[in-house]
Design a protein around this ligand. Structure first.
Ligand code: ZEM
Length: 288
């Protein structure tokens, strides 16, 4: 019996988790009529992105691998303000599935958010293993919304993305909203913030965007309603000629956007992760 129990113990933690079941449980956490626009999907997507977008290809540090976004100081970096809301919502699942790593849980929550809000299927693999606070990345690796195309390129090229992939990823701004008590900015990008669509591109191109008159940071609102917003960094995708080519493509061709987004988002979630050789690739079916 000794050898038997020893072998059992050697099963790596990540193999002991039923990820289809985790997917379902995350999906059950999405809806809440008292939260924002009724769904945690958008903030789960932002959590997955910020957990992953710290990757630096030169030093091969950062990324979702260690789940370090849960630790101070990374959790307290300005760019991550408000993400404790998403982590708190997911924590009961970490308790229920104690063998899942935080990196796997947070990235899977991003997949659920995209798929359950009507987006494309995102390929996903398990096998990240948690690291302690020493592995937190330095502040400043995520994009600053106040800046323009050069800065956006610096940040995303550092992760290993090209212009087309960057333009596809920012389409996630069809989802959710800005919160003045998190980033300082305010408002949603379009009228259906809980549906994954190509509306980021269509709104960006079709509206007239004017500077919002307020005490807050510089942002843009649509003329004449003022109901929707754009960040300065979002506007750079319209004014920069190379980005604009892709913005126009995705505005007129939702299928191409879905395909490109799916590939780029799956790549984002895997940056810097050394998966076990036998980690399977999942393509979860949306529940609805
Ligand atoms: Zn965002 N993003 N983002 N983004 N983002 C916000 C919200 C959301 C930038 C940015 O400064 C901000 C990507 C790229 C970039 C989402 C997903 C993705 C907010 C508002 C800001 C300020 C936060 C708040 O106040 O709650 C910048 C400058 C980006 C690069 C140019 C990429 C890539 C994303 C995923 C693929 C999502 C889903 C939200 C909405 C969150 C929510 O809580 O509703």
């Amino acid at each position: 019996w000794y050898f038997y129990s020893k072998q059992q113990d050697e099963t790596p933690a990540w193999k002991k988790v039923n990820y289809q079941s985790v997917y379902k449980d995350i999906a059950d956490l999405l809806e809440d009529e008292d939260y924002d626009d009724g769904s945690y999907g958008p903030v789960f997507v932002r959590l997955a992105w910020h957990a992953s977008g710290t990757y630096d290809k030169k030093t091969r540090t950062g990324g979702s691998s260690g789940g370090t976004i849960r630790h101070a100081p990374e959790a307290e970096h300005g760019a991550n303000a408000g993400l404790e809301v998403a982590r708190r919502r997911l924590e009961p699942l970490k308790q229920k599935y104690r063998n899942i790593s935080y990196g796997d849980l947070y990235t899977l929550a991003g997949v659920v958010g995209i798929q359950e809000l009507g987006g494309p299927t995102i390929q996903w693999r398990p096998g990240r293993s948690d690291l302690q606070a020493e592995a937190c990345t330095p502040d400043g690796r995520l994009p600053d919304a106040a800046q323009g195309a050069d800065h956006v390129r610096d940040i995303f090229y550092r992760m290993g993305f090209d212009d087309r992939e960057i333009a596809a990823l920012v389409g996630a701004h069809a989802l959710g909203r800005c919160h003045s008590n998190r980033s300082g900015y305010e408002g949603p990008w379009n009228a259906s913030p809980t549906a994954f669509t190509n509306f980021f591109y269509t709104e960006l191109l079709e509206n007239t965007w004017v500077t919002k008159k307020w005490d807050g940071p510089k942002q843009f609102v649509d003329k004449p309603t003022g109901a929707f917003m754009m960040l300065p960094a979002d506007m750079a995708f319209k004014t920069d000629p190379r980005f604009r080519t892709y913005i126009e493509l995705y505005a007129r061709d939702q299928d191409t956007f879905f395909n490109d987004f799916s590939a780029a988002f799956a790549k984002l979630l895997e940056l810097g992760v050394k998966f076990p050789d036998d980690a399977p690739t999942y393509r979860f079916k949306p529940l609805d």
